[in-house]
Design a protein around this ligand. Sequence first.
Ligand code: SF4
Length: 73
Amino acid sequence: MGEQWGFCKRCQWWQIEPSAKIGDATMGLCIDENLQPYRLLVSGNSGCNRFMKGPPAQAEGSSSHPPTASPSR
Ligand code: SF4
């Protein structure tokens, strides 16, 4: 488990719409395995200590209320 706190916009568990640009106000689904049951919608400027550095995943429906996309990784 990652113990380093980091921003969603730099986390590989952040999943955004395919057309979305990475930014502080961009909303996306957190697909961290432990957080998936919560369907957590988070902004690029959000963060937590499950952070894993990497590019975001992409899937349609990642920013819906609630998110309708399945985790793509
Ligand atoms: S909530 Fe945590 S694990 Fe999920 S995308 Fe943001 S930093 Fe990554």
